[in-house]
Structures are given as C-alpha cells and as structure tokens.
Design a protein. Structure first.
Length: 174
C-alpha cells in the first residue's frame, strides 16, 4: 500500500493558496467536535464555536496503521456557532435537556501536512476559509503567528490537537 494520500500532489501544486477541492468533506472521518463557547469565556472566546473536525479518509487509514500523519494529510475544520442562549450561562433548554446546541455555520479552516513545503511551521500549512459564511472558495496560507505558533506550543501530537480527538489520541496501531 502506498503511504501517500490521493490528493497530495494536487495540494502541493497549489503553492501558497488552497482551494476547497471537494465539497463533500462531511463524508470524511469525523475525529471530533469540541466547543469553545462565548458564554463560558466572558463573551469573548478566541474560537467561539463548535469545531467539526474531519480528516481525509486515506490519511486517517495511514495514521491508524502507523501512528504518523503522512504528507498530504488534510484536516478540515468546519466552524459552527451555538444556538442563541436562553439561560444566563449561555445554554438553552431543548427536548434532550439543557446544554449547548449547534447553530449556524461560521466558516472553515484547513490544515495540510507537507513537511517540505511548510518546513518553517513544523510541516503543516494552515488556511482560513473565512470565519463567517459563505466559506471562501480559495484561502491564502496563514502566517505562522496566526495558527502554527499555538499548534507548536500546545497541540499534543505533530501539530494536531489529538488531546481533543479521541479517534486520533487513543489509537491502537493496526
């Protein structure tokens, strides 16, 4: 089995810009949906939404087999606001109980692993497709200070927040 993802060459060819190649990223492997709400951060969360995080399936298979994100890995993070609050703590009451519930979509971020191309950011390039809707069709590579610095400082494994994604953090190599 080739340890490259099928879209690796396409991503490398895009240089400092990235296009959303396939619109159906929701068919990719969902690895986590963490939430940072404004309500729990004095109304000013740095990233005030659910992060619906998907990884391209062939990269996920390779990672499950090797424990390493291969060059060409693409992670798609769709941002989704919470429904408007009903309670002082920002929560709301729904038939399933009191909590935080997903609301309107709010843009997307994409991370691409290419150890040669993004050597100065530990092998990952980060792209912002707007933090609003509609998502941009093309995004420019983000400066290191905009994304990579936090990933370098705090992400658990290879610039990925695996500590928030059980499917990536608690793997048993196949």
């Amino acid at each position: 089995m080739d340890d490259r993802t099928p879209i690796q060459d396409l991503v490398i060819a895009l240089r400092d810009r990235l296009a959303i190649v396939g619109k159906d990223f929701t068919s990719w492997v969902c690895v986590g949906l963490p939430l940072t709400s404004d309500a729990l951060n004095n109304g000013k969360a740095a990233f005030p939404e659910f992060h619906n995080v998907y990884i391209e399936p062939s990269a996920y298979r390779i990672y499950r087999k090797t424990g390493v994100f291969p060059d060409g890995t693409i992670m798609f993070k769709e941002l989704q606001r919470t429904l408007p609050k009903q309670n002082a703590d920002g929560s709301r009451s729904e038939p399933s109980g009191r909590g935080f519930f997903p609301g309107a979509l709010n843009g997307a971020d994409v991370a691409v692993k290419d150890t040669k191309r993004f050597a100065d950011t530990n092998g990952w390039g980060h792209f912002d497709f707007n933090h609003s809707e509609p998502k941009a069709e093309i995004a420019k590579l983000q400066a290191k200070a905009n994304c990579a610095d936090c990933h370098i400082a705090d992400a658990k494994k290879d610039m990925v927040w695996t500590q928030f994604y059980l499917r990536l953090d608690d793997i048993k190599l196949n």
